[in-house]
Write a protein that binds this ligand. Structure first.
Ligand SMILES: Nc1nc2c(ncn2[C@@H]2O[C@H](COP(=O)(O)OP(=O)(O)OP(=O)(O)O)[C@@H](O)[C@H]2O)c(=O)[nH]1
Ligand SMILES: [Mg+2]
Ligand SMILES: [Zn+2]
Length: 367
């Protein structure tokens, strides 16, 4: 690391260590961090801009023209969890990213659009929590896909079963047996409502280690992070009495817990698809959309959840199996497609707010 004007080098180093910086990256950073640059960690990304943190605080960063020009693809650009070499400007709240340091591990998924490309989810993750909600969300095939993703990326997987409060003892046992069969590992059952399992989870989180939560939309990832943080830091999908305010996570974000562990929240795969496309899907399958209103769970995916009215209609022969199968197929495709204009506009607006809050925080700290 190069000396930072006006900043205490030892304090910066301590700050970086707290963010998970260790000997592996340090050894590889030497030639990649030019004079006038410092190492920082990427905590959030939006096309062309990222939120950086280091021992001095937070900064909003653009990518250098050189970095963008020489990038062979999105894989070469900063992603949440990355370590980068950046120069800081003005009051220190603005920065320019010059290089992405080598990644120790990388969680990737198949890129939307079916072109066979890969898309980064998070970099330098030590442990991936594969999150499934007890009972209704539990799906061995999906679990398997996440396990492959973790293995491919060099990330240790741990299975978390959330919403233990909603499951009967038998459902919980079935889910555990399912996890053992697929992952050959024990699952940790937790509930953000009763607090069951949260202490065990807290004990499992080591300072300086980076964890990433992966799982479908609505399984309770953000609620769990808020619980671990001890306050409602992030909006969740909880619905207000008026029915407004459904806050699904739209951005991958790295947060630091008081105990020293680093946690990456990700949007559920459903959010990676499109609200707009789903609307189109419902229009094309109006009879299934109408049946869905009678499912026990509002966010039922009609894939074997208890009390599913769509599945019941298929079993009863009221909905042709082929019709049901093509619904599932098209939904899967929609979910893997890029964000629609609608989704993108919403994301841009949210990022604008994030930028504003960072700038404000930077000013008030007088950096
Ligand atoms: N009963 C019960 N409900 C929970 C629990 N944890 C979360 N919820 C509810 O589940 C809904 C979704 O929670 P979120 O934390 O937003 O889910 P998420 O996984 O972050 O969803 P995305 O951000 O869309 O990927 C909210 O209404 C929560 O209140 C739990 O342990 N038990
Ligand atoms: Mg969330
Ligand atoms: Zn259903």
């Amino acid at each position: 690391m190069t000396g930072a004007p006006g900043a205490d080098a030892a304090a910066l180093a301590r700050g970086l260590a707290a963010l998970g910086f260790g000997p592996w990256v340090e050894a590889r950073a030497a030639g990649l961090c030019p004079a006038g640059c410092r190492v920082a960690r990427v905590c959030a990304v939006d096309r062309g801009a990222c939120l950086l943190r280091d021992g001095a605080g937070e900064a909003l960063a653009r990518l250098s023209g050189r970095l963008e020009f020489f990038a062979d693809g999105p894989d070469d650009l900063p992603c949440v969890g990355d370590w980068v070499a950046a120069s800081f400007h003005g009051d220190g709240a603005q920065a320019l990213v010059h290089a992405v340091l080598p990644r120790r591990s990388a969680l990737r998924r198949r890129a939307p659009g079916g072109g066979g490309g890969q898309q980064m989810i998070a970099a330098n993750v030590d442990t991936a929590f594969i999150v499934q909600a007890c009972g209704r969300d539990f799906n061995p095939a999906r679990l398997e896909r996440y396990l492959v993703m973790a293995a491919d990326g060099g990330v240790e997987p741990v299975v978390l079963l959330t919403k233990a409060d909603l499951a009967t003892g038998a459902e919980l046992d079935a889910a555990r047996a399912g996890v053992r069969a697929v992952a050959r590992a024990e699952a940790l059952a937790v509930s953000s409502v009763t607090g069951v399992g949260l202490d065990a989870l807290r004990r499992a989180l080591a300072p300086g280690r980076t964890y990433c939560l992966l799982g479908s939309s609505g399984v309770g990832k953000t609620t769990l992070i808020n619980g671990l943080l001890g306050h409602e830091a992030f909006a969740t999908r909880a619905v207000s009495a008026s029915g407004e305010g459904v806050h699904t996570t739209t951005r991958r974000q790295l947060v630091a817990l008081a105990g020293g562990a680093l946690l990456v929240d990700t949007p559920g795969m459903r959010e990676l698809g499109v609200a707009g496309a789903e609307g189109g899907l419902d229009a094309g399958f109006a009879e299934l959309a109408a049946l869905a209103g009678a499912c026990r769970y509002a966010d039922c995916r009609h894939e074997g959840e208890p009390g599913c009215a769509v599945r019941a209609a298929v079993e009863a022969g009221e909905v042709p199996r082929e019709r049901y199968a093509s619904y599932l197929k098209l939904r899967r495709e929609a979910e893997f497609r890029e964000l629609s204009d609608l989704g993108r506009r919403r994301r841009d607006k949210a990022f604008g707010r994030l930028v504003k809050s960072v700038k404000k925080a930077g000013r008030s700290r007088g950096r």
